[in-house]
Design a protein around this ligand. Structure first.
Ligand code: FES
Ligand SMILES: [Fe+2]
Length: 471
């Protein structure tokens, strides 16, 4: 529902026109900002990757899921947990992808390992849940491993003449950390994590995340393939139809999309807030844009009257900088308008999404739900700073939403209403898409040339991995 009249063609002069480079529109907009954006934001990259769309079988065919499990997931860096979830030696998280499970455990104050979660005797899962242990003991017959992965106990040892303790170490995946995130990779030949992340750390330094804590950790099973689910968050093209209520304060159709030529595992979009959509059929006053922003970001508060000549975007950016500085006892006065307000989103292939900036402190992870190609585990982390000088708060434990809507969650947690409305709108499409793809007559989907170029790039990466021989 929208109180605005929407024109899906965009008013002339307000959006990229045919033949124009659409990435320049966001750049033009931020060039007028009060606190200028840093160089990595004040730049655009060529994102011309054609017009192809992916085969729909990639989303619905169990065979394609099996191929991904054999060829893709064993080779990519995956965000398994946050370091603060396992602060003490022996703390562990069970991380599952499809049928494959790892125990991600702190084995020393500065060491984290990831062991395959399977007993070497007859295969029983060693750990069923996140916990803290000083040894890993199989619940079936009691084979036991130390935190270092050495076999330490075999009941009736005399009956196993064929096993050599040296050969019975628990198999490990590689573990590397960035920004407080613990990543694992099962492939000994994969590039190191810093090479895989490439340009990301210079654009979005890991320290931005290392000093935060998990304020909320929310899990919901979504009724669509994991790729359809992440793709719904890689473009702002859906905003005009799905989030029409946001058209008064977001510049949806002028979002910038970047694919990094030297960092194929990372892409991003930058979507301006504090500016109206080009889809509205008339130009709003700056006061109206501010009122729209206040109705969402400062819900319930009446918007102040803008001084003459003042723009909604600059005013709102100042307010965000000031309020966050006061709340956190830190100085955010030099954070650019773009970083204060905009939705600047990076993705790390294959399944992680991170936001840059003050307004949207969330991280997403999308995983197949076991071996079901029709559903996905969606983990939403809200990572927050804490006041300078205060101890780091304990991280939130995972909250399983079950059938609860995001709107109901919003009420339970006391978040602003727009949080629940937005995620219900985003996730509400997914089951329809998954069902619809099965009756779609065509074998392929269609992607927009520019606004869905990140999705096309994502599929180029999928193609690259599934073309490899099975592990
Ligand atoms: S299956 Fe683990 S000890 Fe037997
Ligand atoms: Fe959305």
């Amino acid at each position: 529902m929208s109180k605005w009249k929407i024109d899906t063609l965009s008013r002339p002069g307000t959006a990229a026109q045919e033949g124009e480079d659409p990435s320049q529109v966001y750049q033009r907009l931020i060039s007028n900002d009060r606190v200028a954006a840093p160089s990595h934001i004040a730049t655009s990259l060529p994102a011309d990757n054609g017009t192809d769309g992916p085969p729909k079988a990639r989303y619905i065919d169990p065979t394609f899921h099996r191929i991904e499990m054999e060829r893709l997931w064993p080779r990519v860096w995956q965000f398994a947990c946050r370091e603060e979830e396992i602060p003490e030696v022996g703390d562990l998280v069970v991380y599952d992808i499809g049928d494959i499970s790892h125990i991600v455990v702190r084995t020393a104050p500065d060491e984290i390992r990831a062991y395959r979660n399977a007993c070497l005797h007859r295969g029983t899962r060693l750990c069923q849940e996140d916990t803290s242990l000083q040894q890993l003991r199989c619940p079936f017959h009691g084979f036991t491993w130390s935190l270092e992965g050495e076999l330490t106990e075999v009941p009736c040892r005399w009956d196993f003449p064929q096993i050599d303790r040296a050969d019975m170490r628990l198999p490990q995946a590689r573990v590397e950390c960035w920004g407080g995130f613990v990543f694992i990779n099962m492939d000994g030949n994969a590039p190191p994590l810093n090479e895989y992340l490439g340009v990301l750390d210079s654009n979005l330094p890991g320290e931005n995340f290392a000093n935060k804590y998990i304020a909320h950790y929310i899990r919901k099973v979504l009724p669509a393939n994991w790729k359809a689910c992440i793709e719904a968050f890689l473009e702002a093209y859906h905003s005009v139809e799905t989030h029409s209520w946001s058209m008064g304060f977001t510049n949806d159709a002028n979002a910038q999309y970047d694919v990094f030529p030297d960092t194929p595992h990372v892409s991003r979009f930058m979507h301006a807030f504090g500016v109206q959509s080009p889809h509205l059929d008339r130009e709003l006053s700056e006061q109206e844009v501010l009122e729209e922003l206040f109705s969402i970001f400062w819900s319930g508060e009446p918007a102040p009257t803008l001084p003459p000549g003042e723009k909604a975007r600059g005013f709102a950016a100042d307010l965000v900088r000031q309020q966050r500085s006061e709340a956190m006892g830190r100085d955010y006065s030099q954070v650019s308008d773009a970083e204060a307000l905009d939705s600047i989103e990076y993705s790390i292939f294959p399944n992680m999404v991170l936001f840059h900036g003050l307004a949207v402190p969330v991280v997403y992870r999308f995983r197949p739900n076991g071996n079901d190609p029709d559903s996905c585990i969606f983990d939403l982390f809200m990572l927050l700073e804490y006041p300078e000088g205060s101890p780091r708060p304990d991280p939130a434990e995972v909250f399983e939403m079950g059938d609860m809507t995001y709107r109901e969650l919003t009420e339970k947690l006391g978040f602003d209403a727009f949080f629940g409305i937005t995620y219900d709108q985003d996730t509400g499409n997914l089951g329809l898409q998954q069902q619809g793809m099965k009756s779609l007559e065509s074998d392929t989907l269609i992607f927009a040339r520019y606004q869905e170029c990140r999705l096309r790039h994502f599929h180029e990466m999928i193609t690259r991995y599934v073309a490899m021989a099975p592990e």
